[in-house]
Design a protein around this ligand. Structure first.
Ligand code: ATP
Ligand code: MG
Length: 140
């Protein structure tokens, strides 16, 4: 995956609350092109692998329980400066600290149940995209 891509998930809370359409609309309106898209559910094993970097954190069990409790939408997005621009679009991890108009300000409910994931580096975007999609599922 090249440097103009990022990876996102619409998390179980936002799916449960009926926000898939509104979030995809915000993403495309901000200039991101959806190059891969999937409605799926993480197994416990998937979630533990995806969030392995956080395994020593006190919220790890809460995080994997939350991320596996219902379906998610996974997507690879393309835009110049994608990783950084997408982090701006989603806002701070804690919705109480997220800027007005950001996806987390609009749709998240708490620091744990915060509506969306966004990759934090080009390297992780590539790893996370490959975790969810095979090459033939990416229309870049
Ligand atoms: P993400 O990686 O999902 O885009 P982020 O990069 O903003 O979020 P991280 O520090 O990577 O934040 O944390 C990963 C996820 O773990 C958060 O999005 C949230 O769902 C959960 N999380 C982070 N901090 C806490 C906390 N203090 N209590 C509960 N859950 C938390
Ligand atoms: Mg993160």
């Amino acid at each position: 995956m090249t440097e103009n891509k990022t990876f996102t998930m619409i998390k179980p809370d936002a799916v449960e609350n009926g926000h898939i359409g509104a979030i995809l609309e915000k993403i495309t309106a901000a200039g991101f092109k959806i190059v891969a898209l999937k409605y799926t559910q993480l197994s416990l094993r998937d979630a533990k692998e995806f969030y392995a970097v956080h395994k020593e954190r006190p919220f790890f069990e809460e995080l994997v329980t939350f991320m596996t409790r219902g379906p998610i939408v996974a997507a690879i997005l393309e835009k110049e400066n994608a990783v950084e621009d997408f982090r701006v679009l989603i806002g701070a991890t804690n919705p109480a600290e997220a800027a007005e108009g950001t996806i987390r300000k609009l749709f998240a409910t708490s620091i744990g149940e915060n509506a969306v994931h966004g990759s934090d580096s080009d390297e992780n975007a590539a790893i996370e995209g490959a975790f969810h999609f095979s090459g033939r599922e990416v229309y870049a």
